[in-house]
Design a protein around this ligand. Structure first.
Ligand code: HEC
Ligand code: HEC
Length: 261
């Protein structure tokens, strides 16, 4: 049996219509719905950056090792830290990444005269790797493997927050909105730290407990570093991908309102 040509044309048109309906144009993601937490880097890059931050805090604990027992040869005599502590990047370069220009300024307890790393933001990671491996630093392959040095360089170049305006100079009061921070604290941090931040004792001494409220008031820069990057060797994760800088600041402000004892 032969079909009329116009009948075949109709079938063909119907077919094309069906294909068109089944393959609509790909929808564009709505940037408003994605908001400010959209990551332009790959998640693994952000993960490495947070790991770099933990290594900056305490590379030994992060790598499951112990800090060397002897003092670091580049740690100046006038410094008050001793032993393994003198090997942490955070000890020499500061929790605000500003060395002698920042909280470790002349007259402060942790003054060493060593420069900070804030001026290294945006510098090529290759250059930072060379500096970490220079003879002054004494970081051998056996102490700090290449992947750790690479993650540190990524943190130094791209993971440092500008800490210069974190808190009021005299009161150390964080510059966020504690009301906004409370929302996050009571849905996230509460699970481990408890409603008043007293569930985990952050002191090494059992009889002399130290709680989140006291810690965040005493050293807001250090607390911010840990909120962003996580606490080395513990279950506390990095919040760098989950919370933007404003949220992190708000949480810090709220944490400072928690009871100290
Ligand atoms: C014992 C103290 C000490 C420790 C620990 C230390 N540094 Fe340094 N670092 C220094 C000194 C001193 C300098 C300046 C040396 C110089 O004159 O070039 C420096 C310089 C740097 C610089 C170059 C800064 C600039 O602007 O020139 C970088 C980057 C750096 N350190 C990264 C690190 C990292 C990452 C760690 C941890 C893995 C670390 N440092 C641990 C003492 C230390
Ligand atoms: C999954 C559990 C968990 C969550 C969630 C969590 N933490 Fe922690 N946090 C810990 C643990 C465990 C420690 C380390 C205790 C230690 O070192 O003895 C810690 C340490 C800290 C420290 C470091 C204190 C110091 O030693 O200087 C700060 C600051 C902190 N947490 C704040 C927060 C904030 C703010 C949140 C919410 C954004 C949060 N944590 C969420 C478990 C958690």
């Amino acid at each position: 049996m032969r079909h009329h040509p116009s009948y075949l044309l109709g079938v063909a048109l119907l077919f094309m219509g069906a294909i068109f309906l089944l393959n609509p144009q790909p929808t564009q993601a709505n940037p408003d719905l994605l908001g400010s937490r959209l990551l332009t880097e790959s998640p693994s890059k952000r993960g490495r950056m947070a790991r770099g931050g933990q290594l900056y805090d305490n590379w030994a604990v992060t790598l499951g090792k112990s800090l060397p027992s002897k003092e670091h040869p580049a740690y100046p005599k006038l410094g008050q830290k001793t032993g393994g502590e003198t090997w942490r990047c955070s000890t020499c370069h500061g929790w605000d990444y500003r060395g002698a220009e920042g909280i470790n300024k002349k007259g402060a307890a942790d003054y060493t005269g060593i420069i900070g790393l804030e001026q290294m933001r945006g510098v090529a990671q290759k250059k930072i790797i060379q500096i970490i491996r220079n003879p002054i630093h004494q970081f051998s392959q056996a102490t700090l493997p290449d992947d750790a040095v690479a993650d540190l360089a990524l943190f130094v170049s791209e993971g440092q927050m500008d800490m210069s305006a974190l808190s009021e100079p005299n009161t150390q009061k964080a510059q966020g909105e504690s009301q906004g921070g409370a929302l996050f604290f009571h849905t996230i941090c509460v699970r481990c730290h408890g409603v008043d931040g007293r569930h985990i004792n952050l002191s090494q001494e059992k009889d002399n407990p130290l709680f989140l409220g006291a810690i965040a008031k005493r050293n807001p820069w250090k607390s911010m570093h840990k909120i962003r990057n996580g606490q080395p060797g513990t279950i506390m994760i990095s919040f760098i991908t989950l919370l933007n800088e404003a949220d992190q600041m708000n949480i810090l402000s709220y944490v400072q309102t928690l009871p100290e004892k």
